[in-house]
Design a protein around this ligand. Structure first.
Ligand SMILES: Nc1ncnc2c1ncn2[C@@H]1O[C@H](COP(=O)(O)OP(=O)(O)OP(=O)(O)O)[C@@H](O)[C@H]1O
Ligand SMILES: [Mg+2]
Length: 82
């Protein structure tokens, strides 16, 4: 059974992105299947994972605009399978 973790705080600059990145990497290193969703237009989480946001054709923005395609389409696109 999957678990959804969300880190939210109204105030900015309080290490949300850093926490999500490090926790995600730690869980994945421990063998968990992890999907990190970056819904911040700054795309710092994406950059932190070594992905250039300008190179991503189908990101969460497009998922929200095209809900019928769903998150699977975005994941396939990221993997170069879309
Ligand atoms: N362990 C740490 N030691 C020193 N600086 C850190 C550490 N972790 C994070 N920072 C710095 O703290 C700042 C805020 O971190 P982060 O970007 O994760 O916060 P945020 O809540 O996501 O901010 P934003 O409002 O920009 O989305 C960044 O400049 C980051 O480099
Ligand atoms: Mg952030």
């Amino acid at each position: 059974m999957g678990q959804i973790l969300a880190f939210a705080m109204q105030k900015g600059g309080v290490d949300r992105t850093t926490t999500v990145l490090n926790l995600g990497v730690a869980l994945a290193t421990g063998g968990a299947k992890v999907l990190l969703l970056d819904i911040d237009p700054q795309s710092n989480l994406t950059r932190g994972l070594g992905i250039d946001p300008d190179e991503v054709e189908f990101a969460i923005y497009e998922v929200l605009l095209n809900p019928e395609k769903g998150i699977e389409f975005a994941i396939q696109s990221l993997r170069g399978e879309g």
